[in-house]
Design a protein around this ligand. Structure first.
Ligand code: OOB
Length: 549
């Protein structure tokens, strides 16, 4: 294994123009705090309080105080430093909801290194790309989770990557570096970093052939975390259930794990998001708050009637990541006995919340309003002109915690952002008279499969790699449970492969399971317009329309 290889410096990322940075600092949004300082400061305030409850990699239930998490993070940081991980280096984190996730996260922050937040569902295609594109110094996994052996994946990654990362394993490490061995080190010092530097790389839901990485700074992200905690009523008595994958932006920071730890509360990591597991934890741990994607919220609603569990501690249920239908939203208070909070956010920045004291109609029918008075919202028509209030249009946004560009992607940035720095979200929304946002649809080539985002082009590129496939177009089809599923329209040459064979082909290419098309439809040719040539966007829309009929 190659250890201690010097890594390329962080690529230049588009920065906030100085006049905006000054404004955000003067308003008190941006402070000097960094993520390296975050946990040691909270451990000083809340040393003996319970920070994290959850299984460890061996499946043992653990309860860790703020002091214990900080001690573990400091020592693991020392161990990572021995492996050659230093300030500015990237570390691909792919851990399930286990307590080690929080320890390693803060260990990486302590070094001033940058976590790259992979999801447990990612496979060789995604992980290989993250490692190569970010030139990762380390890759941290759990030995096994959900019936999958991540060491097998790590072997493939190290064999196929020119500059392989050091692999660190929580649990039985086999030939790799055991996380347990890193704990034996002396604590590493806290790296000194400007708060306006990039703290980590988050994943974009994506619309392009290769996933984009989102560079968030300490100052911008911590502002969104602090404000989210305030808006969502998080304090030292909050006991938050984390049922979604911990690395996703929603459970991480809206207000999520970071908002709870900021406030001295307790994070409870659920090993799986099923209602049975979650309800048992709500009862036994006195959970006050949880965040879910719509399909899980629906599953909780249907399971409630059959469950004897006491859910009376649950005060707030947040639902976001995809549109939560009003019919389901209105059942939350009567059936689960808690306040619903709709969350419409994006890893690129902007997050909207319905407020806890909003009237029921607003909570049920809107996706909330922005965190900050300085979040700028522009809703425009296809020509880029502003639409009247109430008319649906493209949502563009700029503000104190929305990025000005993706990591190392100048070409994509030139179209994903306007010349004056607004991010084109790709969402179609309208504004209510009270300034709340209602999500009406999407103009981007992305499928939102129950909150999991799939870039059409990424899947198409994998399909086209099959020798019998001439062309492919991936579109969404409506689904009662997930909101949307994926359908791949495929034009083949010669004898068409079976749909199952194509899916297997994609899996063998290392594509995450949630991106494998739910349906494959073979067609002789794609529809064309009079001029004989249409854009792929129009093509996708035409094909999606045939599914809805
Ligand atoms: C969250 O973040 P991402 O980056 O996985 O996905 C962002 C996209 C949005 O642009 C929108 O298309 C969709 O997900 N979305 C929603 C939604 N929340 C997100 N569409 C309709 N209704 C909603 N409530 O998904 C995310 C990040 C932070 C907090 C919450 C969600």
């Amino acid at each position: 294994m190659t250890i201690g290889l010097a890594r390329t410096p962080l690529a230049a990322t588009p920065r906030y123009p100085e006049e905006f940075a000054e404004r955000y600092r003067a308003a008190g949004y941006w402070t000097d705090e960094t993520f390296g300082q975050f946990l040691p400061a909270r451990a000083a305030d809340f040393a003996e309080r319970t920070a994290v409850v959850g299984n460890d990699a061996t499946g043992t239930l653990r309860r860790l105080t703020y002091g214990e998490v900080d001690d573990a993070a400091s020592r693991i940081a020392g161990g990572l430093a021995q492996l050659g991980v230093g300030k500015g280096d990237r570390v691909v984190l792919q851990l399930p909801n286990i307590v080690e996730y929080v320890e390693v996260l803060f260990a990486v922050f302590r070094l001033g290194a940058l976590p790259v937040f992979a999801l447990p569902a990612h496979r060789a295609s995604e992980i290989g790309y993250f490692c190569r594109f970010s030139d990762a110094a380390a890759y941290v996994i759990a030995a096994e989770h959900g019936g999958f052996d991540y060491r097998v994946l790590a072997r493939q990654i190290t064999a196929e990557t020119e500059r392989p990362p050091a692999v660190v394993v929580a649990g039985d490490a086999e030939e790799f570096v055991p996380l347990a061995s890193l704990r034996e080190n002396d604590p590493a010092p806290i790296a000194e970093n400007g708060a306006d530097t990039v703290a980590f790389l988050q994943l974009s839901g994506g619309t392009t052939g290769t996933p984009k990485l989102i560079p968030r700074t300490h100052a911008d992200y911590l502002y969104s975390v602090r404000e989210s905690a305030t808006i969502c009523g998080v304090d030292a008595d909050t006991r938050m259930l984390v049922a979604l994958p911990a690395a996703h932006n929603f459970p991480m920071s809206s207000p999520g794990i970071l908002g709870v730890l900021h406030s001295g509360g307790t994070v409870v990591l659920a090993p799986d998001p099923s209602p049975d597991t979650a309800f048992a934890l709500i009862e036994s741990e006195g959970i006050t708050m949880a965040s879910l994607v719509p399909p899980l919220a629906q599953a909780w609603l249907s399971a409630r009637a059959r469950s004897e569990r006491d859910l009376s501690s649950l005060a707030v249920l947040q639902v976001g990541g995809a549109k939560f239908p009003a019919e389901a939203a209105k059942r939350v208070r009567p059936e689960l006995g808690c306040t619903l909070q709709q969350v419409f956010g994006m890893a690129e920045g902007l997050v909207n919340y319905t407020r806890l004291d909003d009237d029921e109609d607003t909570v049920v029918t809107t996706q909330g309003r922005p965190i900050s008075p300085d979040d700028e919202i522009r809703i425009v028509d296809d020509a880029g002109d502003p639409v009247p209030v109430g008319t649906p249009g493209h949502l563009l946004t700029r503000g104190p915690y929305t990025i000005r560009g993706y990591y190392n992607a100048p070409e994509h940035n030139s179209t994903a952002f306007t010349a004056d720095g607004f991010y084109r979200t790709g969402d179609i929304v309208r504004l209510t008279d009270h300034g709340y946002i209602v999500v009406e649809g999407r103009a981007k080539d992305q499928i939102n499969r129950g909150g999991e985002k799939i870039a059409a082009e990424e899947v198409e590129n994998h399909l086209i790699a099959h020798p019998a496939v001439l062309d492919a177009a991936v579109v969404s089809m409506p689904d009662k449970y997930l909101g949307e599923r994926t359908c791949a329209f495929v034009v083949t040459e010669g004898e068409a492969p079976k749909a199952l064979a194509l899916k297997t082909f994609l899996r063998e290419r290392g594509l995450a399971d949630y991106k494998i098309p739910d349906k494959v439809q073979f067609v002789d040719a794609f529809p064309v317009t009079g001029v004989g040539k249409i854009s792929r966007n129009e093509l996708r829309r035409a094909l999606a329309a045939t599914l809805e009929n």
